[in-house]
Write a protein that binds this ligand. Structure first.
Ligand code: NAD
Length: 261
């Protein structure tokens, strides 16, 4: 039901953190994966595990440098991934738009240029990713699945942090999902958001370094007694990509350990 065998998925932000863990999940579910990121190379330890699993299972994993805010960059990488996928007889099936950035600045002092940069990566970058993935699917005349990584911060403001731009961007992704779902459902291209709660990654480590006391606040809302780990999102992401979610479209799947309950 949840197999991705014979399918190729592109994952932005696939160079480290949540993105590279979701790449592992795609391979574990039988798919091929292309990791797209601005990093010159992916995080070494995770890439070694991902490549080893791909080799063992006969899947393909590739890494592509890409800037999601640059339309030329994302269009050309999506086209390359789709061409390779056809050649490997595991056609392009969709994407996880996971690239994102975070910043803490008190709202009264937030420089407009910084606010714009967060929106540019987290909103326009996600839109570009979804748009060029959907264009490939349209051109090839196939259905597919697009997963946009939002956040519980799209529903509630992060407690103890000054993240007005980030929270705004994640709410925008949820409304973007509902909007493009209206347009792309007719082609069988499903679009959903996956909204994680707090996950221990480089992104949250940076926030905790800036503001160590905030972990206590986060734990107060952690009904399962812990923050998330990237592995907690593997099955939810595979579900949304898979045929098991054939009637799930324009939805938000919140995976936050009860934080927003
Ligand atoms: P991370 O910083 O470890 O990974 C983000 C990746 O995106 C990095 O590899 C980075 O190089 C890449 N990236 C950033 N800007 C890019 C650009 N312009 N073009 C291409 N790639 C770019 O962060 P993470 O914690 O793994 O977060 C992944 C996603 O999950 C983000 O969208 C984030 O907002 C979301 N999220 C994270 C948490 C959390 O607690 N960590 C919670 C909810 C949602």
């Amino acid at each position: 039901l949840f197999s991705l065998t014979g399918k190729t998925i592109a994952i932005t932000g696939g160079g480290r953190g949540l993105g590279i863990t979701l790449a592992l999940a795609v391979v574990e579910a039988g798919g091929n994966v292309a990791c797209l990121d601005i990093l010159s190379e992916p995080s070494a330890e995770e890439w070694t595990s991902l490549s080893a699993l791909a080799k063992k299972t006969g899947r393909s994993v590739t890494y592509h440098r890409c800037e999601v805010t640059d339309e030329t960059s994302i269009e050309s990488v999506m086209d390359t991934v789709a061409r390779d996928a056809t050649a490997r007889q595991a056609p392009f099936w969709g994407t996880i738009a996971c690239a994102g950035i975070q910043q803490q600045v008190p709202a009264l002092d937030y420089p407009a240029a910084d606010f714009d940069r967060i929106l540019r990566v987290n909103v326009t970058g996600v839109f570009n990713t979804a748009k060029y993935a959907a264009r490939v699917l349209r051109r090839e005349g196939r259905p597919g699945s697009i997963v946009l990584i939002s956040s519980m911060s799209g529903n509630v403001a992060n407690r103890g942090l000054s993240c007005s731009a980030y929270n705004s961007s994640k709410a925008a992704v949820q409304q973007m999902c509902r909007s493009v779902a209206q347009e792309w459902g007719q082609y069988g291209i499903r679009v959903n958001t996956l909204s994680p709660g707090y996950i221990r990654t480089a992104m949250t480590d940076q926030l905790l370094q800036e503001n160590p006391d905030v972990e206590r606040t986060w734990m107060a809302g952690a009904l399962l007694g812990r923050l998330g780990a990237p592995e907690d999102f593997k099955a939810p992401a595979v579900f949304l990509l898979s045929e098991g979610a054939a009637f799930v479209h324009g939805s938000d799947l919140r995976v936050d350990g009860g934080h927003c309950a």
